[in-house]
Design a protein around this ligand. Structure first.
Ligand SMILES: Nc1nc2c(c(=O)[nH]1)N[C@H]1C(S)=C(S)[C@@H](COP(=O)(O)OP(=O)(O)OC[C@H]3O[C@@H](n4cnc5c(=O)[nH]c(N)nc54)[C@H](O)[C@@H]3O)O[C@H]1N2
Ligand SMILES: Nc1nc2c(c(=O)[nH]1)N[C@H]1C(S)=C(S)[C@@H](COP(=O)(O)OP(=O)(O)OC[C@H]3O[C@@H](n4cnc5c(=O)[nH]c(N)nc54)[C@H](O)[C@@H]3O)O[C@H]1N2
Ligand SMILES: [Mo]
Length: 706
């Protein structure tokens, strides 16, 4: 082997080897930390990826998902050209067509439905991907439809609702650096946010105390919990009420803070007074001694910062109110907007929290028409606080045409298996007059479409990304878009030009729109673009701790929500209250099913077909407590059937001591054992519309094989 061959084999960049390094971000978690990725490119192909050493969020690290980026983007089922359906819906038979043919046909249908049924008959949807959302939202409203909706109708937004109702802020960050106790409510950092896990472990080593509250004994709980509390899923509100009661009873609350900043304290104190430790145990399964210990630890280790969970706390019938109950503790302890407590944060751009504000919201929503959006009537508290369609109600409205028909859906990366009762969603998509899906891969959802459009991956485009700690990147296009794929935003602008829209922005281009959104920031897009795809620090932190002006009707932290009070006649309660998370037939369906717990090597449905990650164990498993398994005669590795009134699925049993007795822990997004077949659409939170993915009654039996 020559020296040059050796250098090429070792993937060493250089003029002689023809290998160049280009900087981008990992687009697997969206939004996520947007970890910096160095792509080694030779002959237009990425031959290696590495974390960017100088990157402020990942400091050179990449998780297994990030490491597998090449296998993800070079999957053999990438869509190569725009496609037009020639077979039955779902059959997967398509003919290749040109971009012009495809977009002309789509625009023709859109304009027809607009003319015949009104612009609201066309809905626009985005799956988990976030980077193009401001543009898609503006397109929807410029077209005249109110029906822009996303995957965020079942992800995290319920927490945003809780915070907007309580304080008028989008979110809060636990102030890890300054707290003495980290209340890790549903905290599983190793599995769903490893970059945040290490600082937590480091702070624990420095003496920060940790309480973890989870129904599963996670590796995180094993490693750092000074106190681990195992709780029945979906019952956290009761525990939070009991903590509140005990703190109030002992006088361990901040009376001055409450007097100045809190609305509804008296009513709240009166409500929580019934949650004695003994009563709370009957709901949560948590022993009074543990509650006692936790409350004492909180008092001894002020200030307390509380973990904020994106789904574990929210995928329950009472998720939003439960979240409010937990966050209320920060108001009682006087730690909201105080060092070591909950620090107010804003969605800066495309669902990322940069620590500074932009004009994204204005750009996205200023053209929103005054027409009732999908879900607005079913979920009035959602409509009150969120201002986009509640997509969980989309299948119902498509099928029932109530209050008006939806004829067409334009979707970016839709995965129908994301929805509860997903067979209903599939029926709804099949019943549409026209359905367009844009994806990298010919997914089962794309197979239902009339027109499928190929988009490119993050490495095949340049785009703005925001990172926590006031950083922004304009990424480098690392390779040319594969086959005929294009970036989602180019597709949006191209469609917009065909729709006769009276909007100079959505008919222009990506950078023009960005300049509009960044117009009052001290961010020069040209400086970002000249930074070789590396992050630039943005010197404009918007919030100083301790200065928060409550954006609520009372001007205070609302334990009693005046905005919910407007809907009291429809049975919504202004105080967070405890509701039974598990109504139904306990004899027939004795188990509680938790679905979609995160795993380090999986991200929803998008990585199931990536070989390296499969090798790390994507086996479809149902985790069952060892005592339950013994009682039912189930051994590790047996096939079991999990069933509800809606259907049944088969999975391999994983018998474990880590899962709580009476619960079954499963994973979502699988073609063959699709857990969302089992959860009816009405098993959801009436406030947020979020499905009860993480607390639904089911039964279990061993599969008998002849
Ligand atoms: N590797 C990986 N990371 C991810 C994702 C992924 O798919 N893969 N998805 C990302 C996305 S979109 C989201 S929304 C977030 C979700 O992030 P989280 O909201 O943190 O969600 P989970 O990991 O499901 O839950 C965290 C912990 O809460 C526990 N839990 C579940 N239900 C309850 C409950 O009722 N009470 C209590 N006390 N604990 C409960 C679970 O056992 C788990 O250990 O993760 C993000 N991170
Ligand atoms: N049972 C159960 N169900 C759940 C959950 C649960 O915990 N349990 N979690 C819920 C939550 S929190 C979430 S976030 C959702 C997951 O939300 P999903 O939308 O189901 O997420 P993905 O599986 O990543 O699917 C998104 C699609 O986008 C495509 N895609 C990737 N990049 C791009 C791009 O740049 N452009 C376009 N146009 N497409 C792209 C992918 O190929 C994929 O087909 O699932 C929800 N459903
Ligand atoms: Mo999510």
């Amino acid at each position: 082997m020559t020296e040059l061959e050796r250098r090429i084999k070792a993937k060493i960049p250089g003029e002689d080897t023809g290998i160049v390094v280009k900087h981008s971000v990992c687009d697997v978690c969206a939004p996520g930390p947007h970890c910096g990725v160095d792509c080694y490119v030779k002959d237009g192909k990425i031959i290696k990826v590495e974390g960017t050493d100088s990157h402020p969020t990942n400091h050179g690290l990449l998780c297994p998902k990030g490491q597998s980026n090449r296998q993800y983007i070079y999957r053999p089922d990438r869509i190569q050209t725009p496609l037009r359906r020639v077979g039955e819906r779902g059959e997967g038979k398509f003919e290749p067509i040109s971009w012009d043919e495809a977009l002309d046909e789509v625009a023709k249908h859109m304009l027809e439905y607009k003319e015949q049924f009104g612009p609201q008959s066309v809905a626009f949807f985005s799956g988990y991907e976030k980077w193009y959302r401001p543009f898609l939202e503006r397109l929807t409203y410029a077209f005249g439809s109110p029906n822009y909706g996303t995957e965020s109708s079942c992800c995290f937004t319920s927490a945003v609702m809780a915070w907007r109702l309580a304080a008028g802020v989008d979110k809060c960050d636990p102030d890890l650096r300054n707290c003495k106790l980290f209340l890790g409510w549903a905290y599983s950092g190793y599995y769903n946010g490893y970059l945040g896990a290490q600082p937590t472990i480091n702070r624990h080593k420095e003496g920060m105390k940790v309480i973890i509250i989870d129904h599963r004994r996670t590796p995180m709980a094993e490693r750092i919990a000074d106190l681990y509390i195992q709780i029945r899923p979906g019952t956290d509100a009761a525990l939070a009420f009991c903590f509140a009661r005990e703190l109030i009873r002992r006088g361990w609350i901040d009376h001055d803070y409450i007097e100045k900043n809190v609305h509804g304290f008296k009513e709240y104190a009166e409500y929580v007074s019934r949650f004695t430790p003994e009563y709370t145990e009957t709901i949560t399964g948590v022993k009074p001694e543990l509650i006692e210990q936790a409350v004492q630890m909180m008092h001894d280790n002020m200030p307390v910062a509380i973990n904020e969970s994106g789904s574990g706390m929210l995928h329950h019938r009472n998720g939003m109110q439960g979240y409010r109950a937990i966050m209320a503790l920060s108001a009682l302890m006087g730690t909201f907007d105080r060092p070591g407590g909950q620090v107010p944060a804003f969605l800066t751009y495309a669902h990322s929290l940069g620590g500074f504000e932009t004009k994204e919201y204005e750009f996205s929503t200023e053209l929103r028409p005054h027409i009732e959006a999908v879900g607005a009537r079913t979920y009035p508290v959602w409509e009150e606080t969120v201002h986009e369609m509640q997509s969980m109600d989309l299948p119902r409205q498509i099928l029932d045409s109530d209050p008006y028909p939806i004829r067409m859906v334009w979707a970016h990366g839709m995965n129908y298996r994301m929805f509860s009762d997903d067979e209903r969603m599939k029926r709804a998509l099949k019943s549409l007059d026209f359905f367009v899906d844009i994806d990298l891969f010919l997914t089962d959802t794309a197979k239902l479409a009339d027109i499928v459009l190929p988009c490119c991956s993050g490495f095949e485009r340049s785009e703005l990304r925001i990172h926590g700690g006031c950083h922004a990147t304009y990424t480098q296009k690392v390779i040319e878009p594969m086959f005929q794929s294009r970036s989602d935003t180019d597709i949006i602008f191209d469609l917009a030009k065909r729709l006769n829209l009276d909007d100079p922005y959505i008919t222009s281009d990506y950078d023009t729109c960005l300049r509009y959104m960044l117009r009052d920031n001290h961010i020069d897009l040209d400086v970002l673009k000249a930074a070789d795809g590396l992050p630039v620090h943005v010197d404009e932190k918007t919030h100083q701790v301790g200065t928060w002006q409550f954006r609520t009707p009372s001007g205070k932290f609302e334990l009693y929500s005046e905005r919910i009070a407007k809907y009291a006649d429809q049975g919504f309660t202004p105080l967070p209250t405890m509701e039974d998370p598990l109504p139904g037939d306990a004899e027939k369906y004795p188990f509680m099913m938790i679905s979609g717990t995160r795993r380090p090597n999986m991200l929803h449905s998008r990585l199931h077909d990536v070989p390296w990650l499969q090798a790390l164990g994507t086996a479809i498993t149902a985790e069952i407590n060892a005592d339950d398994a013994k009682r039912l005669g189930i051994s590790d590795g047996d096939m079991v059937e999990i069933y509800t009134d809606l259907g049944s699925i088969e999975m391999k049993a994983k018998v474990t001591a880590f899962t709580m007795a009476g619960t079954i822990n499963t994973y979502h997004g699988f073609r063959d054992a699709d857990v969302n077949k089992l959860i009816p659409a009405d098993a959801c939170d009436r406030y947020s519309g979020f499905p009860a993915f993480k607390s639904y009654r089911c039964a279990l039996r061993k599969k008998v094989t002849e």
